[in-house]
Design a binder for this molecule. Structure first.
Ligand SMILES: Cc1cc2nc3c(=O)[nH]c(=O)nc-3n(C[C@H](O)[C@H](O)[C@H](O)COP(=O)(O)OP(=O)(O)OC[C@H]3O[C@@H](n4cnc5c(N)ncnc54)[C@H](O)[C@@H]3O)c2cc1C
Length: 471
């Protein structure tokens, strides 16, 4: 059991600690009441200052690229956080408004404000804005990674190969269970307004959201409890096959933790510790921690040190050069964005992948690679392909709009990879094709798996779904 390590804590302004009503934890990236370093740090500071702790979340209904699918999942999680905190005698309020503005307003009554850390531009801007405006101290606690991003490295890394040894030096120091403390003073009596979270569906209905993409509660529901249940199920039932089946999209032997990690509903430290305690060891734990820690924290490194992580220009020079040399190569076939989004290509495997993401909000990792590579191949030019991949990724995946999203898409275009044998359209960028899929996995079975998922999502019979999939 540990307390919050110093390397996770950063003072964001020079304002003093004040003698006011409460300590405020502005929750943003770590939407959980358990294994939350920012929360435990805030509890500790509130107790030292003899103040109650108020937790606040700012809810804007026009978060970039977010739609009903994302909001519903997030609010299901926040409802649970509010209930869990209430049991700890901590009041949590959710107020409508731009998150840093909500924090600034409630910060007027705060002795000290604590927040968590995010790795995207908007999240950095919000913290900077708040730091400039708040007249009490603002402290950021980094807790959605195992190794704090700037401790691991002080620059954008070339790839997993260069980041891995830097992370390995620190991992054991940070893979420790977090100690929780009780609050000395309840904040439940504080009179601070909050939206009613009891019914996330109804709350969504009252917000001005983008409703283009439906919720996927029949596949994934949000919240720490569900995240932990799914994790334990994975560790008990599928972990033994993880390393062998990681690239077998017809199976479902992965953890499905990405969407919970994206919203901060589960801690990567908790996941890693539980995986290490599981019976399955050897190549499975090695392979899982490689993804969860090395690949995931490479994504944080990518977005933290590259401000233009969502733009084609971010790609390494060799990748842009080779793609540019093949920009005018004939694309045959090529598809419009609409055809792609409706899964109307000649390729049943790709169509199944597109349907998996559209109907369930998730896609197996191996198919994400294939899916992204084909968007490069079938779009009018690489810049347009990059934009389309990111657009579809962030629109449909529950785990979209994440550092992993920007990194995964950029990877399809050469980021964190090396040059391969030159060919049309791709130049020296790594290529994937249907024959490769067939040689390495069972994509026809993957199509069957997705048809069943679509039948579940639409309520249609499997036969009807299968017939609609014929080309
Ligand atoms: C084109 C493309 C787009 C992607 N878009 C996203 C996205 O929007 N959001 C997202 O979270 N991931 C994305 N990924 C990475 C990866 O595919 C998913 O994280 C993974 O498939 C999620 O499934 P899981 O939770 O069952 O993973 P598991 O295999 O169980 O892995 C456990 C955890 O490790 C991390 N992880 C696994 N694979 C990777 C990887 N390749 N890179 C970084 N971290 C990884 C994830 O946090 C994951 O939850 C993308 C990859 C590609 C190639």
């Amino acid at each position: 059991m540990t307390q919050v390590q110093d390397a996770r804590i950063q003072k964001l302004n020079n304002a003093p600690i004040r003698d006011r009503t409460y300590v405020l934890y502005w929750m943003q990236a770590s939407q959980r009441a358990e294994d939350n370093y920012a929360l435990e740090y805030a509890v500790q500071r509130a107790n030292e200052l003899n103040k109650p702790l108020l937790v606040a979340f700012g809810l804007m209904d026009d978060y970039p690229d977010a739609n009903l699918r994302h909001y519903l999942f997030m609010l299901e999680g926040l409802k649970e956080v509010q209930e869990s905190l209430e049991r700890r005698k901590i009041k949590m309020v959710v107020q409508k408004g731009a998150p840093p503005v909500v924090a600034e307003t409630l910060g007027q009554e705060a002795s000290l404000v604590v927040t968590d850390m995010g790795y995207l531009r908007l999240q950095r801007q919000w913290r900077k804005q708040l730091a400039g405006r708040l007249n009490c101290q603002l402290i950021q606690v980094e807790d959605n990674v195992v190794v704090p991003v700037e401790l691991a490295s002080n620059k954008a890394e070339y790839g997993a190969r260069t980041l891995r040894p830097k992370l390995q030096k620190h991992v054991d120091h940070f893979l420790l269970e977090l100690r929780t403390s009780a609050v000395k003073h309840s904040s439940l009596e504080l009179e601070v307004e909050s939206l009613d979270l009891k019914n996330p569906g109804e709350l969504c209905a009252s917000l001005k959201l983008n409703r283009e993409v439906a919720g996927v509660s029949n596949f994934f529901s949000g919240g720490t409890r569900q995240a932990k249940t799914s994790l334990h199920q994975f560790l008990e039932q599928n972990f033994d096959s993880y390393a062998d089946n990681r690239n077998q999209p017809q199976t479902s032997d992965t953890s499905y933790m990405a969407m919970y990690l994206h919203f901060g509903q589960i801690s990567p430290i908790y996941i890693a510790l539980k995986a290490k305690e599981a019976k399955s060891k050897g190549k499975n734990i090695e392979s899982f921690l490689e993804e969860l820690i090395v690949r995931r924290e490479l994504a944080m490194n990518f977005t933290h040190f590259n401000d233009t992580y969502d733009d084609y220009s971010v790609l390494p020079d060799w990748a842009k050069k080779t793609l540019n040399e093949h920009k005018k190569d004939k694309r045959d076939p090529h598809y419009s964005l609409e055809q792609l989004e409706k899964a109307q290509t000649h390729d049943p495997y790709w169509n199944a992948a597109m349907k998996e993401m559209r109907f369930t909000g998730y896609m197996h990792n191996y198919m994400r690679m294939y899916w992204g590579k084909k968007l490069l191949e079938w779009s009018p030019d690489p810049e347009e392909g990059f934009k389309r991949t990111l657009f579809l990724n962030n629109k449909y995946f529950l785990d979209g709009r994440d550092p992993n999203s920007f990194t995964g898409v950029a990877w399809c275009y050469g980021q964190h990879d090396r040059a391969w044998q030159e060919r049309a359209i791709f130049g020296k960028i790594r290529y994937m094709n249907a024959n490769g899929l067939k040689a390495k996995s069972k994509p026809d079975e993957y199509v069957k798996k997705v048809n069943k998922l679509v039948a579940k999502a639409t309520g249609e019979s499997l036969t009807a779904v299968e017939q609609a999939s014929l080309f």
